[in-house]
Design a protein around this ligand. Structure first.
Ligand code: PLP
Length: 378
């Protein structure tokens, strides 16, 4: 089954009870049993629910994985603990701000030590390994600067030191890259973003092949209980059906927006993996099937004018999140990376003139006119 077909059919046969073509929303907390000694499949919706199972099966197929437990948010998925007190984790320095908060605030409470490393250089990762290092946490393209990590070399480092690799694939989605094929152990998704695709649900997933990881991770979902609801599982199923055509449109629009901005005199620098000027363009061509919908833009202006730029557009709305059909502009310094210290932001290149665009699938002429009008006011 090809990607587009799997997105519509995997895990979604007609409903056995009614013939419904669409998987129903099983809005039930529990299921009857026919015998005290055995269940007939489903028992209790925290443990499993048919609508959620359909979403998990479909996502696992799209990611060429075996398992894809769905959680109530990307952060709920990320919080699933495989590590024990005393373990050490190496985390890429360039990542989503919420992940950094998790590492700074929750991990220490659990006795887990964290080192941030510039994972663009795999040697630095190797140098950071300690005797108690158990996990390497990666994200690529990175949020917000769209850097592309040398994943093959990083997986090699992880193998050498027997580290479990975790990879946040939210920006790219399975349509653009399948990190499990590079040897990554566990993938994280905020399905709130492109997988859901319509900014109408909050959810997360862990995606993996390894049977030995399934029991501990299943415990995190079914026992810890941060599950995706039947309704949101259904929204996710509906969103995933059009992932391929949406991603094609996001990529096409983003390339046109990136080219337009790169040529604009009010723009200092554009980071988009599809541009030949991006420092990792060749690597992106090798690893990704196309370059995604996210763009980082350094404007030639001060913070007050950036605010004018970000609040005056008709279609690019100033809002958190990304990956929906509508275009958004984000201000990483106070939004996605607002929880970082000013020193950390400065080190990462998250400056006061940086905006992040999530390019939607509106008509490209409207998007370019919107940006052009806002830039003219700077
Ligand atoms: N990973 C990335 C790359 C994100 O951008 C986000 C949210 O913005 C998350 C994880 C967290 O996901 P959620 O907001 O669904 O908890």
């Amino acid at each position: 089954m090809r990607f587009e077909t799997a997105a519509i059919h995997s895990g979604q046969p007609p409903d056995p009870a009614t013939g419904s073509v669409i998987v129903p929303i099983y809005a039930t907390s529990n299921f009857v049993r026919s015998h005290i000694d055995q269940s007939d499949g489903y028992e209790y919706s925290r443990v499993s629910n048919p609508t959620r199972t359909a979403g998990e099966t479909c996502l696992a197929t799209l990611e060429k994985a075996r398992y894809a437990p769905l959680f109530s948010s990307g952060m709920a998925a990320e919080t699933s603990g495989l590590l024990r007190p005393g373990d050490h984790l190496i985390c890429t320095r360039d990542g989503y701000g919420g992940t950094v908060s998790l590492m700074n605030q929750i991990a220490p409470q659990r006795g887990i030590q964290v080192s941030y490393v510039d994972a663009l250089d795999p040697q630095r990762v190797a140098d950071a390994v300690r005797p108690n290092t158990r996990m390497l946490w990666l994200e690529s393209p990175t949020n917000p600067l769209t850097y592309i990590l040398k994943t093959t070399a990083l997986v090699e480092v992880a193998r050498t030191y027997n580290l479990l690799t975790v990879f946040d694939n939210t920006f790219a989605t399975p349509y653009l890259q399948n990190p499990l094929e590079w040897g990554i152990d566990i993938m994280v998704h905020s399905v709130t973003k492109y997988l859901g695709g319509h900014s109408d649900l909050t959810g997360g997933a862990l995606v993996y092949r390894r049977d030995d990881l399934h029991e501990p991770l299943w415990d995190q979902q079914a026992i810890a209980g941060g599950i995706l609801s039947p309704f949101e599982s259904w929204l996710l199923l509906r969103g995933m059906k059009t992932l391929a055509i949406r991603m094609r449109a996001h990529c096409e629009n983003a390339m046109a927006v990136a080219r337009f901005l790169e040529a604009h005199p009010k723009v200092v620098r554009v980071l988009y993996p599809g541009l030949p000027s991006h420092p990792h363009h060749e690597r992106a061509k090798h690893l990704m099937r196309a370059f995604g919908g996210m763009i980082a833009v350094y404007l030639q202006t001060d913070r007050a004018s950036v605010n004018r730029f970000a609040t005056r557009m008709c279609y690019f709305r100033l809002a958190s999140s990304l990956g929906g059909v509508e275009s958004l502009v984000g201000y990483p310094a106070t939004m996605s990376h607002g929880s970082l210290t000013p020193a950390m932001r400065a080190e990462l290149g998250i400056s006061d003139n940086l905006v992040r665009l999530s390019v939607g699938i509106e008509h490209i002429d409207d998007l370019l006119a919107d940006l052009d009008g806002a830039l003219a006011q700077l």
